[in-house]
Design a protein around this ligand. Structure first.
Ligand SMILES: Cc1cc2nc3c(=O)[nH]c(=O)nc-3n(C[C@H](O)[C@H](O)[C@H](O)COP(=O)(O)OP(=O)(O)OC[C@H]3O[C@@H](n4cnc5c(N)ncnc54)[C@H](O)[C@@H]3O)c2cc1C
Length: 427
C-alpha cells in the first residue's frame, strides 16, 4: 500500500511516521526546503529598526524564508512555516491539551493525548531560569486571582541557552519539532521530497489515485493524506475542484508592550507561564515581530521592552482561495474580547512594576485551522464524509473551533487518530 502525505508539520510528520511504521510505503511531499534556523546575530538589526529601515513585516520573509507571512486583512497578519517541519520549527515548544469544540461533536482525544505526552514528556522551564520581570508578572497575575501556571514545554532545558528566539528555529536542537517524527519515518523507509508543492489531487471514477505537484509531476498512491495546514490543505482542495469551508480560525495573538529598564526579557524561553481564561490566555512574550517591524514599538530598545501576550480563540470566519490568498478579518467581537484581555494584561504588568507607554503589537495568527472542519457525523470515521474515497485530511484544518491555546498536540492527536483509521479501513 502506498500513501502520499502532503506536508511535514505537526499533522504530516505524525501521519507519516504512523503509516510507515505500520506497513505503508510513505512518500512525503513537502512544499518547502529543508529547514535552516535563522543566524543568531540579530543585533545588527537593532539600529536599522530604530530608524524604521527594516520596513514592514513582509521584510521578515526575505530575511527568514521559512517563515511565510501574509496580510489577511488590513489589521491582521498570518504566519506559518513553509519548510520541513512546517510551523512546528517556528514554535515556542509549548505542548498543551486543547479541546475547545471537540466535546460538542463527540470527539474525545484523551487516548492520543495520553500517548503523545507519554512519549514527548513535556516539562516546564525551571522558575530560576525565568527573568525577574517574568517572575514578577507571574506573582502579579497570581495576586489578581488569574491562577498562572508554568507552561508545559517540549524543550530540553539542559541544551537550551535562553536565547529567546524559539520562533526563528532552535540552533541547539533543544526544542522538539515535527522533524523528529519525520526522521523516524524516514529511518523506517519513508521518502521525503522537499521543494515539492502539491498542486492538486487526481481523482479517477470518484476515487483519489494520487497528486500532481507544481512542476507537473504525478505521484500515484492508494491513499492521499492532506496535511498542508489550515491554508495549504484548502488551497489544494479548491485547486482540485473540491470544497473547503470559509471557516478559517487563527488564534489571534496581540502583545501588549510595556517598559522596564534592563528587563532583558528576550533572555529566556518565551511563554514560560500562562493564565487560561474562557477564550484566551495571557503569557509573557517579547514578540520579535512587533519589536522589529511595528512602528509604535520603535522607540524602546530590546533590553527594556516587556511584552505580555493575549492569545485569543477568534471567530471562525475566513476564506482561503485556490491561489493561497486568504481573506480573514478581525471581527468586532474579536476586537471586543482582545480589548478586555489587553486591559487585564496591562493590570498584570503594572502590578509587576512595568510601566508605560503601553503599546499594542501587530495582531497576528499562526494557528491555522477550521477549513475542513469535522462535524458530529464525521467523527466515527474521523473524515469529512464529502471527501472522495482515498483522500484524508490530517492537520489542524479538521478542528472546527479556534482554541486560544497552543495547537501542536491537538494537531498531532488528530493526525494519529486519522492514521489509525486509515489503517483500520485498509485491513
Ligand atoms: C510562530 C509560531 C509559533 C508557534 N508556537 C507553538 C507552540 O509553541 N506550541 C504549539 O502547540 N503550537 C504552536 N504553534 C502552532 C503550531 O505550530 C501549528 O498549529 C501546527 O504546526 C499545525 O500543524 P499542521 O500540520 O496543521 O500545519 P503545519 O505544521 O504548518 O504544516 C503544514 C505543512 O504543509 C506544507 N505545505 C503547505 N502547502 C503545501 C503544498 N501545497 N504541498 C506540500 N506541502 C505543503 C508546509 O510547508 C508545512 O510543512 C505556533 C505557530 C507559529 C506560526
Amino acid at each position: 500500500m502506498r500513501a502520499i502525505v502532503v506536508g511535514s508539520g505537526a499533522g504530516g510528520a505524525t501521519a507519516a511516521r504512523e503509516l510507515q511504521s505500520r506497513g505503508f510505503e510513505v512518500v512525503v511531499l513537502e512544499a518547502g526546503p529543508p529547514f535552516k534556523p535563522f543566524t543568531r546575530r540579530i543585533s545588527w538589526a537593532e539600529p536599522l529598526r530604530r530608524f524604521g529601515l527594516l520596513g514592514g513585516e513582509s521584510t521578515f520573509k526575505h530575511l527568514f524564508p521559512p517563515m511565510d507571512i501574509q496580510r489577511s486583512s488590513q489589521e491582521l497578519v498570518l504566519v506559518r512555516g513553509l519548510s520541513t517541519g512546517g510551523s512546528t520549527v517556528l514554535a515556542c515548544g509549548n505542548l498543551v491539551r486543547a479541546d475547545r469544540g471537540l466535546k460538542e461533536i463527540g470527539l474525545d482525544l484523551t487516548p492520543e493525548y495520553d500517548e503523545l505526552e507519554g512519549e514527548l514528556k513535556p516539562t516546564t522551564i525551571p522558575q530560576e531560569n525565568w527573568r525577574p520581570v517574568t517572575n514578577e508578572m507571574f506573582l502579579s497575575a497570581r495576586d489578581m486571582g488569574l491562577n498562572p501556571q508554568p507552561t508545559p514545554k517540549v524543550v530540553d532545558t539542559s541544551k537550551c541557552n535562553n536565547c529567546g528566539l524559539c520562533e526563528l528555529g532552535c540552533v541547539r536542537g533543544a526544542r522538539w519539532d515535527s522533524r523528529k517524527f519525520l526522521t523516524e519515518a524516514i529511518r523506517k523507509g519513508a521518502v521525503l521530497k522537499s521543494r515539492s508543492p502539491v498542486e492538486r489531487v487526481i481523482t479517477e471514477n470518484g476515487r483519489v489515485s494520487g497528486v500532481i505537484t507544481h512542476d507537473n509531476k504525478k505521484y500515484n498512491a492508494d491513499v492521499v493524506v492532506l496535511a498542508a495546514g489550515g491554508i495549504g490543505s484548502p488551497q489544494i482542495l479548491k485547486n482540485s475542484g473540491l470544497k473547503a469551508e470559509d471557516h478559517l480560525w487563527v488564534d489571534i495573538v496581540l502583545t501588549l508592550g510595556g517598559v522596564l529598564s534592563g528587563a532583558r526579557q528576550l533572555e529566556e524561553p518565551p511563554m514560560a507561564w500562562y493564565t487560561q481564561h474562557e477564550d484566551y490566555i495571557l503569557s509573557p512574550y517579547p514578540d520579535i515581530l512587533s519589536h522589529y517591524f511595528h512602528k509604535p514599538w520603535r522607540k524602546v530598545p530590546i533590553q527594556d521592552r516587556v511584552g505580555l501576550m493575549v492569545k485569543l480563540a477568534d471567530t471562525e470566519e475566513g476564506a482561503v482561495y485556490a491561489d493561497g490568498k486568504v481573506d480573514k478579518p478581525l471581527t468586532a467581537y474579536d476586537q471586543e474580547r482582545l480589548d478586555l484581555a489587553i486591559n487585564q494584561a496591562q493590570e498584570v504588568m503594572e502590578g509587576a512594576g512595568v510601566s508605560g507607554p503601553f503599546v499594542r503589537g501587530v495582531p497576528n495568527g499562526g494557528h491555522l485551522g477550521g477549513t475542513v472542519p469535522l462535524k458530529k457525523e464525521d467523527v466515527p470515521n474521523i473524515r469529512p464524509s464529502w471527501l472522495p474515497e482515498g483522500l484524508w485530511v490530517a492537520d489542524l484544518s479538521l478542528s472546527p473551533r479556534s482554541q486560544g491555546l497552543p495547537t501542536i498536540l491537538l494537531t498531532a492527536a488528530l493526525a494519529l487518530r486519522v492514521s489509525r483509521k486509515i489503517l483500520e479501513t485498509m485491513e
